[in-house]
Design a protein around this ligand. Structure first.
Ligand code: 13P
Length: 289
């Protein structure tokens, strides 16, 4: 029987490495990511945000990830990223996602806790091993390159260890998305992670700790976070940028090209390279014998 995602999180915790969660919104991005995991013999966690899944289709994402799982034989998991309501997360569970992230940070805390508990109960009924919770909104607009914009890195919004402890105790989530300087998207000002804060959170929180906003974060900070127990880091913008770079390269050299495989082939390769970089950095390479 295939080991579930929580098995891999536990193994990563023990051995001090992490899984990247690579988000995708089209089949070619997915192909590039899978090729990276195959080349480096890494377990693989994929993600789709609400927007990505609206574009791709929940059932379609599940079916295509399932096809890659069968044909590669790798442990490949699909997480629903930043589900903003009980209904959207329930739809992902119904469609067959392996893991879900309920982001109730836009609700008052009590309501967030109540809905998160409902999500945890539904996930348990459906034998889903990992439910990620979140309170306190992760800074940064969304996964994209925003080099002309400022992002406020205000330590007063960083995760408070006591609040995190209480949230996990009450909701029983298996993993918690924390804020320690990480931001969604890439900005001119490079964010630094507050590893002292992470250490304090780690001491107080029983659940797995996960980070969003991996793109544009200094490598040494991510390595430090992994050493201190972070088991998953989400990567989206870097893969989007790699995909678009591939398209731009082809179109600038061959503006008349109309064959999709020729237009998209270089994007697949660049996405693979970007994913490989993170797999090597996070230490999940070679974990599949
Ligand atoms: P980046 O776009 O900064 O990599 O963040 C991705 C993310 O956290 C998705 O949940």
């Amino acid at each position: 029987m295939q080991k579930d995602l929580s098995y891999w999180f536990q193994k990563a915790t023990k051995e001090h490495w992490a899984l990247a969660q690579f988000n995708f919104s089209c089949a070619e991005q997915l192909k590039g990511i899978v090729q990276a995991a195959v080349a480096l013999r890494s377990p693989l966690l994929l993600g789709t945000s609400e927007g990505d899944s609206n574009f791709f289709g929940l059932a379609q994402a599940v079916a295509m990830v399932g096809a890659w799982r069968r044909t590669t034989g790798l442990p490949i998991f699909l997480n629903f990223d930043h589900g903003k309501s009980f209904e959207t997360v329930a739809a992902a569970i119904e469609a067959g996602y392996d893991a879900v992230h309920f982001d109730g940070s836009h609700f008052p805390l009590e309501e967030n806790i109540a809905i998160t508990k409902k999500v945890v109960a539904l996930a348990k009924k459906n034998k889903i091993s990992v439910v990620e919770g979140e309170f306190g909104e992760i800074p940064g607009k969304h996964s994209d390159i925003h080099l002309n914009e400022e992002v406020t890195l205000d330590p007063s919004v960083y995760t408070d260890p006591e609040e995190a402890h209480a949230f996990v105790e009450q909701t029983k989530v298996s993993s918690l998305a924390i804020i320690i300087g990480n931001v969604h998207g890439v900005y001119a000002k490079v964010p630094r992670l507050d590893l002292m804060r992470l250490q304090k959170i780690q001491k107080r929180v029983e659940s797995f700790l996960v980070l969003h906003g991996g793109s544009g974060t200094p490598e040494e900070d991510m390595k430090g976070a992994i050493r201190l127990g972070v088991v998953k880091i989400n990567i989206s913008t870097d893969l989007r940028a790699a995909f678009v770079q591939g398209l731009r390269d082809v179109l600038s050299e061959h503006p008349e090209e109309v064959t999709p495989s020729k237009l998209l082939g270089p994007s697949v390769e660049l996405v693979q390279k970007a994913a490989e970089k993170n797999i090597l950095l996070f230490g999940s390479a070679g974990k599949i014998c």
